[in-house]
Design a protein around this ligand. Sequence first.
Ligand code: ATP
Ligand code: MG
Length: 411
Amino acid sequence: MLMSQQFASTRKDVSEEEVSVNAQLLTKAGYVEKVMAGVYAFLPLGLRVLRNIEEVVREEMDAAGGQELLMPALHPKEYWEATGRWGGLDVLFKVPSQHGGREYALGPSHEEIVVPLAQKFIHSYRDLPQYVYQIQSKFRDEPRAKSGILRGREFMMKDLYSFHVDEDDMHAYYDVMKIAYSNVFTRCGLNAIETEASGGTFSEFSHEYQVVTESGEDIIFTCECGYAVNREIAKVQSGDECPLCKKGVINEHKAIEVGNIFSLHRKYSDPFKLRYTDESGVQQPVYMGCYGIGISRLMGAVVEVHHDDKGIVWPEGLAPYQVHVVQLGDDEDVVKSTQTLIKKLDKVGVSYMYDDRKLSAGAMFADADLIGAPHRVVVSDRSLKNGGVEHTVRSSGDSKVIDIAQLVKEL
Ligand code: ATP
Ligand code: MG
């Protein structure tokens, strides 16, 4: 991509309403743009990051046997009435139709859609277990939306639903999901702590994946032994002896909930009478689990954790581009060497942004740091005189002049 032709450039005039670090940096760097409180457009750079996160999530869900599908965002009211959530869920967006007085829900989650759907295909024990997931926009009428893309009224979520013959099978798959979730967050450069949280009315616990950072809206209590619990259900406080290992001391942290997994038991299968016929021909209830990851929130959490005073520092796997190429001046040698470099990058399939704008070195470097690609490569008269191009690693700041062919090999 040529930086001079980008749809969205970097900006300095970010609204003061954007108090969160993620919204400040992502807006300044041209990843997102606020449309209204809690609603953001993902610009070309931002969409590339979102897609990278989605790909990580897809790979891990597929590896755990998940089958991807896509359910609608617009839902019939009757299904929400069947579970009692039409009146019972305070964040539900309700949409009146212009015709015939009908009303719809905008999906905040998809149990009400996936269960009637599963009913069409699950009849016998031979049809179980099943695992389906989607990556899709969710809508929630959040009372406060001031944390940038961490809390949207419209946001991207991965939601997986599992269907089982009994409780044991439901619990066994829950453990499979724990591993998949841990893989996802590690691959996204996050240390997400598996934290005991409310299981609702249907389970003792759920597990949240919490990323410790000052900007978090949740409070969790942890011990070095691995014990972690959300304050909402905690029977401990900071300074207490750990109830699990009986040795460590409980610490308190602010954290961002990036994922949440639930054993649903029969909470949603019962209202829709989702049943199967067992081996002896008897009707049995289906047990379910559901497993969510806030894809767009995860992107915001990565920025909250991985930035410095100059801008974003993307983990390699999530960056919109691997390399930020800066061409300083347009002397013949510089132009030629830059062309050689980007041809080689094209050949080996390393993605790059090419800053071809004729700005001051300082302005171009500042934008490179703000955007936060893992590698910056500067081609200038000086670097060529010193034997190549100047390669700087964004995360460490380590810098060296290196021959183009050698650099491409290293990348
Ligand atoms: P919170 O407690 O932060 O409001 P939640 O517990 O209601 O979230 P879940 O229903 O568990 O959210 O949704 C699954 C995941 O979707 C969450 O773990 C989170 O990562 C993400 N998520 C939930 N609400 C939002 C939101 N308003 N904006 C962005 N991501 C969200
Ligand atoms: Mg949750």
